[in-house]
Design a protein around this ligand. Sequence first.
Ligand code: GLV
Length: 324
Amino acid sequence: MAKRVLVTEPIIPSVIEELQKHFTIDVGERGRYNSEEQLKKDISPYHAILPMLSNPITQSVLSEATNLEVVANHAVGYNNIDLEAAKKHGIKVANTPGVLTDSCAEFTLGLMLAVARRFYDAQQYLLDGKFESWEPLGFLGMELKNKTLGIIGMGRIGQGVAKRARAMGMNIIYHNRNRVEKKTEKTLEATYYSSHKKLAEISDFLTLHCPLTEETQQLIDAEILSIMPNHAILINTSRGPVVDESALANALHNNSIGGAALDVFENEPEVHPKLHSAPNCLLTPHMASASYKTREDIGMLSANAIIKVLNGKPISEIPNLIQP
Ligand code: GLV
């Protein structure tokens, strides 16, 4: 009998078709598996699961997963998966590094421009019928050229942002758990700071590209926000809990920073109510990797890990395994 795979939500059809060549596939309805309870109930017959980042793959879910061989997350971030528990149960875990770098880096630049040049407010103004004639003092924003961009998290996506921001004439400074190679720093023309506080103090734009860990939880808190320049713009496309949303909302309402763009939230899909009315704050629904090509590549990379694991291929053939 063919092995069974649960894809927790509808994804790009070619990925499902690829998996169907090898296994019996069930595809969950949108949002069905955002709860631990539902996963616990349904998971036992499956040999592999392809979950979304919104699905909690916890210890209690994995203890019901008696046939499970692999979890192949449909995301590069994997804070939704209890890695320790997976290890204990002998379940392999894969993610999708590399394939979404360009999409997320481009999106980040888009957010920077959108907030700095006030795209959203300007469109709203126009739609509200307020555009009566060309205004010499209307929507005066901040250019990217010659501004300092602070990048927290200089992995693939952080580097992708740095490269693009250099092309816009920005000065790049960064903080990372480990300093990147000198050669990379040179290519990116990026300067390392051992303290993220220093970065916050001197950046015109501060963008977050770190994973969510104990160290990065609430990294951007009231104290950091208070030392950012009044005109500075914060961008978060990493994980919501890296930022204290309530402190950010206060900083925006008090004009102690100049603006923010958030693609991720502390309690997705909820958004802190004070952010709804915060000035110069752009909110998008966790979509930095959302291009057709990238979402297909993400799906294929996850599917490939499942195909290889369930067909007993050596782990050396599965470079995107985080945990063999
Ligand atoms: C998206 O947030 C991802 O981690 O892939």
